[in-house]
Design a protein around this ligand. Structure first.
Ligand code: ACO
Length: 406
């Protein structure tokens, strides 16, 4: 008989030898050859290539190829991949009609996940996870259509007309034009913005078994199709402790700014855990030294946010928060450093994206990672349906009590 009145021997008999690991802090759910992270050293590599080199020298398209197919592409391979994606950017007109059904103030993340889920109704010819050709076409369709879906979700939220994709443009260019352009008007492409977006997409492209990727794998382990699995991943990403953090960071910076910019009072609140307030954009389950993506983004943020000599007051608050945290025992002892989301919101804001689009941009970046992980899981002969166990803590057996006796 345990302290709580449970018969431990009976519990063990029922559950066998089960390990409780809330949040999977120490439990690997799979083996994977895609992304390597060393949280203590602040190392992130995609297929062995350091994130710093990819950020400097590669493109989002190439990184997507690398993650999904395992190797850097030859010129012919990347040209072919690019052409295929450009050919599939259009949405079916009936799918376009979906956007009209959502309320005007709908958050674009559930719009995104609903539209991705709906893709499996439009492409019933490519839902078999074990047919290589079908997986290939689903991969291309998803990569090509998600930017169009994301741009339409934005246009819907601001009540502007949708733009058809222009397939003479690259993926980030096309996305920016569909988001900020207007039909029948030339779109003035800002090359700095294209570069910054491409970099942000690269930095978000994969991060091994994070919450949304684990969701994609778990759903896919039931042999659910790629669209259904990725749609579930988008919903997992929506949470403020995961992808939703970039929106939450900007909201936090805005609140501090509106309250007079007093960083110390806010930090005190965080340390006292008042109302569960956290320093959003800080801390990471794996990185306990620094997040290498945050280090790269900080440089970009400094450059973009001080362009034309004008500095964003929210950047000053962010820099002050970072400095306080680096000096404060509370954060040092808990190894809390800025994560990738601490600066991304500020960059997205300077590009003209509303806060609600920030997590959508994260989803665009993470898509090749989700696809690569789903494909690796499907091809792995060791894969079994994901089915965690539990430690039961409910009532022991008791007899049903009739209504009059309760
Ligand atoms: N601000 C203040 N305190 C924090 C923070 C934070 N951002 N993060 C963790 N802590 C504290 C916890 O309260 C806890 O303190 P305690 O030991 O006194 O109880 C300690 O640090 C350990 O934190 P855990 O919650 O156990 O760490 P975990 O690894 O489970 O959580 C997470 C990681 C979810 C990222 C957390 O740090 C957090 O909530 N951060 C803010 C949200 C955020 O920025 N998320 C984006 C993550 S990156 C991404 O998804 C791309």
């Amino acid at each position: 008989e345990g302290n709580d009145g449970y018969d431990v021997s009976k519990l063990m008999k029922v559950t066998g030898n089960v390990t409780l690991d809330s949040g999977f802090v120490n439990t690997a759910s799979c083996s994977s050859a895609i992304t390597y992270i060393d949280g203590d050293e602040g190392i992130l590599r995609y297929r062995g290539y350091p994130i710093e080199q990819l950020a400097e020298k590669s493109s989002f398209l190439e990184v997507s190829y690398l993650l999904i197919y395992g190797e850097l592409p030859s010129q012919t391979q990347i040209d072919d991949f690019d052409q295929k994606i450009r050919r599939h950017t259009l949405l079916h007109e009936d799918l376009k009609a979906f956007f009209g059904g959502f309320p005007r103030d709908a958050h674009p993340m559930p719009v995104l996940s609903s539209a991705v889920s709906a893709l499996s109704t439009f492409y019933q010819d490519s839902l078999d996870p074990f047919d290589k050709e079908q997986v290939e076409i689903s991969t291309v369709r998803l990569l090509a259509k998600l930017p169009t879906i994301a741009a339409y979700a934005y246009k819907k939220s601001v009540g502007q007309p949708f733009l058809y994709p222009d397939n003479s443009l690259s993926l980030p260019e096309n996305f920016l034009r569909m988001t900020f352009g207007f039909p029948a008007e030339p779109y003035d492409m800002d090359e700095d913005m294209v570069k910054a977006l491409d970099l942000l997409l690269i930095l978000h492209a994969d991060h091994e078994q994070n919450c949304s990727t684990s969701t994609v794998r778990l759903v896919g382990s039931s042999n659910a199709n790629l669209f259904a699995s990725v749609s579930a991943g988008i919903n997992a990403l929506f949470g403020p402790l995961h992808g939703g953090a970039n929106q939450a960071v900007l909201e936090m910076l805005n609140t501090i700014h509106q309250d007079g910019g007093d960083v110390d009072t806010f930090v005190k609140k965080v340390k006292n855990k008042e109302d569960g307030v956290k320093l959003m954009g800080f801390g990471h389950r794996v990185y306990k030294n620094y997040d290498p993506r945050a280090a790269i983004i900080k440089k970009t943020a400094d450059k973009i946010l001080t362009k034309d000599g004008v500095s964003d007051p929210l950047l000053d608050i962010a820099l002050q928060l970072e400095q306080r945290a680096l000096e404060d025992d509370y954060f040092v002892e808990r190894k809390l450093y800025p994560n990738v989301d601490f600066y991304t919101g500020l960059i997205y804001k300077s590009m003209g994206f509303p806060e609600r689009m920030f997590t959508v941009l994260f989803a665009l970046g993470r898509l090749p990672g989700w696809i690569a992980q789903w494909r690796e899981m499907i091809e792995d002969p060791q894969t079994k349906i994901g089915r965690p166990r539990q430690i039961y803590t409910g009532a022991t057996e008791r007899d049903y009590v009739a209504m009059g006796g309760r």
